[in-house]
Write a protein that binds this ligand. Structure first.
Ligand SMILES: [Zn+2]
Length: 259
């Protein structure tokens, strides 16, 4: 799969949501820490970071998660910061022990996958992209995953019917309705003496989306990405409070959690 990048709009909304946040150190004893971040004006978007050996918990207005990996989880999140956003949702999600959902259906991703798949066959099926836009991409049903998948299952474009008559008459590339009409009208227009007219029809399949059940239509949830930013930013505030830009630990250490 492609590398997952955090949409920059989450970073922006995090900055906006926490513009007036201040840190209160409720507890700070080695690896036992309890930090609160909130605006003095209101409780919107407040969050707490709590650590004890081997664990970091974030909880607040947006969501809550518990991560476990290194003895000092602040070190884990400092050293695991990648990219311009300095968050690493894919790796960090693997270290979650409990919490709110991390992924959710993405209409944007659905649009992207549908468009890419249809474009691959557009040359073989004239009008396909217009039909996809009209019947799927412009539909209100793609707001929810179940109904969006339903549209994919039902969609077909470019199907046609071939009708043949025992007299040798044939019509190709017509619709079901045209075939039915031809079955009725054809004997009257056929040359006399051409015998009995028994019409059979065969269907030529059109374009359909295939194996869409394999499509992963989810992306990182806004809540999860927001909390990733919150952890990263919160640790930065804590480090600044201690007056040092801390270096990543030289040694990566795994903690044994109690059974
Ligand atoms: Zn005929």
């Amino acid at each position: 799969m492609t590398t997952t990048l955090a949409p920059p709009d989450v970073a922006e909304s995090f900055r906006r949501d926490t513009a007036k946040h201040e840190m209160t150190v409720l507890h700070d004893d080695g690896l036992y820490r309890h930090l609160r971040f909130r605006s003095p004006e209101n409780g919107f978007y407040w969050f707490d970071l709590v650590t004890w050996p081997g664990v970091l918990a974030i909880n607040g207005d947006m969501a809550g998660y518990m991560f476990a990996r290194l003895t000092d989880m602040f070190e884990f999140f400092r050293s695991g910061a990648f990219g311009s956003d300095r968050i690493n949702p894919g790796y960090w999600a693997e270290k979650i022990r409990a919490g709110s959902h991390v992924k959710e259906y993405s209409e944007e991703r659905f649009r992207q996958l549908v468009t890419e798949d249809a474009e691959g066959s557009a040359a073989d099926y004239p009008g396909l992209m217009d039909a996809v836009r009209e019947q799927i991409l412009n539909s209100d049903d793609i707001v929810y995953e179940d109904s969006a998948r339903g549209l994919l299952d039902e969609f077909e474009h470019g199907a046609s019917v071939t009708a043949r008559c025992t007299c040798g008459g044939i019509r190709e590339g017509i619709s079901e309705t045209e075939a039915t009409g031809w079955r009725v009208s054809h004997p009257a227009t056929a040359p006399s003496g051409s015998g009995r007219h028994i019409v059979t029809t065969g269907r030529v399949e059109g374009f359909r989306f295939s194996d869409t059940w394999e499509w992963d239509l989810s992306e990182w949830s806004h809540q999860f990405l927001w909390c990733c930013h919150a952890i990263q930013w919160g640790i930065g505030q804590y480090d600044a409070h201690h007056g040092q830009a801390r270096q990543p630990a030289a040694q990566i250490e795994t903690v044994e959690l109690p059974a």
